[in-house]
Each structure stands twice: as structure tokens, then as C-alpha cells.
Design a protein around this ligand. Structure first.
Ligand code: NI
Length: 180
């Protein structure tokens, strides 16, 4: 496994349409393994193949139903993903490893059902809510060359970011205390 370089906002590759995966071969498996390592290293919540310069329809997303499991078990691999249905609405801050340090308010469905293939080509359907549903939308949009900054209703200010970081810190602290 190896870390891959994550392309940033201005890179034209991020604006291209990705092609379907047709070969479920060792090369795909290496790509997915590298994406896992890269996502964990970058401390992100999702990653799409075009972000590492591969214009193929493959993404990984963390599963919020497995938050207490080790990282490797949290990763959902979605090959040729397609959102088949969605319901509800959530409006919240969203970021992207390709747009470091920037967060914007983005409206997404609360619950999303996605159809995809696994790394061996087997089809499956999965429904998730909250942040994982948000990621299903965000990552599949990367495959169309879209970034969250295209659709954010507004970008958060430095003060708001500070407040968000503070809140996260407090929550982490609370969680730590609860575990003692
Ligand atoms: Ni992204």
C-alpha cells in the first residue's frame, strides 16, 4: 500500500467526468487499498478516485453505523455508485480534502440509498443517514467533476470555523470523559 497525492481545487482533473470501472482486477484493488491508506492518513471522511488522479468511478466513504469499529472496518468501497433514492433534508458544514481549510453550508438529503458494486464486482444496495448520506452525495459528485464549493449556500468565516473547532474539541473531551 502507498499514500497517494490528493489533488487540490485548481487541478483540472477534478473537473472531469470519471469513467465506469469495468475490470475488477488487482489494479483496482491496489487503488482502493491506497485510497484507504490515504483517507486514514488525511483524517478524512470520504475520498473519490479522481481526487488521487484516477478518472474512474470508485469512491470510499466511512460508515457512521460503525464509528466504534477500527478504521479498516468503517470503510465502505463503492464502485460505479448510483444514488437510487433519498429523503429528508440536512443543512450543515461540509468540507473536502481537495479544498483544504474551507467549509461551506450545503443542503443534502438526510437519508440516501446508494447502489454500487464491491471490489469484486458484486452489486449491493445500502441506505445510510446523516454524515454518511452526505458523503454518498459528495463523493458521487466528484465523479461528475463537481466540488461542494459549487453548491455551498455560503462559505464559513474564520470565526465560524474557530467556533466549529471549539465545539468539536468539547465534544471529543466529553466523549473521553464518558469513557473513563
Ligand atoms: Ni471531496
Amino acid at each position: 500500500m502507498a499514500l497517494r497525492y490528493i489533488l487540490e481545487k485548481e487541478d483540472p482533473q477534478l473537473r472531469k467526468h470519471s469513467r465506469p470501472v469495468t475490470d475488477f482486477n488487482p489494479r483496482l484493488h491496489t487503488l482502493l487499498d491506497d485510497m484507504r491508506e490515504t483517507l486514514e492518513h488525511a483524517n478524512g471522511y470520504g475520498l473519490a478516485a479522481p481526487q488521487v488522479g484516477v478518472l474512474r468511478r470508485a469512491v470510499i466513504v466511512l460508515d457512521n453505523e460503525k464509528e466504534d469499529k477500527p478504521f479498516s472496518e468503517q470503510v465502505i468501497e463503492l464502485i460505479n455508485p448510483e444514488i437510487v433514492s433519498f429523503e429528508g433534508e440536512q443543512d450543515g458544514p461540509e468540507g473536502c480534502l481537495s479544498v483544504p481549510g474551507v467549509y461551506g453550508m450545503v443542503k443534502r438529503p438526510m437519508k440516501v440509498t446508494i447502489k454500487a458494486q464491491n471490489r469484486n464486482g458484486q452489486e449491493f444496495t445500502m441506505t445510510r443517514e446523516g454524515i454518511t448520506a452526505r458523503c454518498f452525495c459528495h463523493e458521487t459528485e466528484h465523479l461528475e467533476g463537481k466540488l461542494f464549493t459549487d453548491i455551498a449556500s455560503r462559505i464559513l468565516s474564520d470565526e465560524e470555523l474557530e467556533e466549529m473547532a471549539k465545539k468539536e474539541e468539547e465534544e471529543a473531551k466529553k466523549e473521553k470523559e464518558a469513557k473513563h
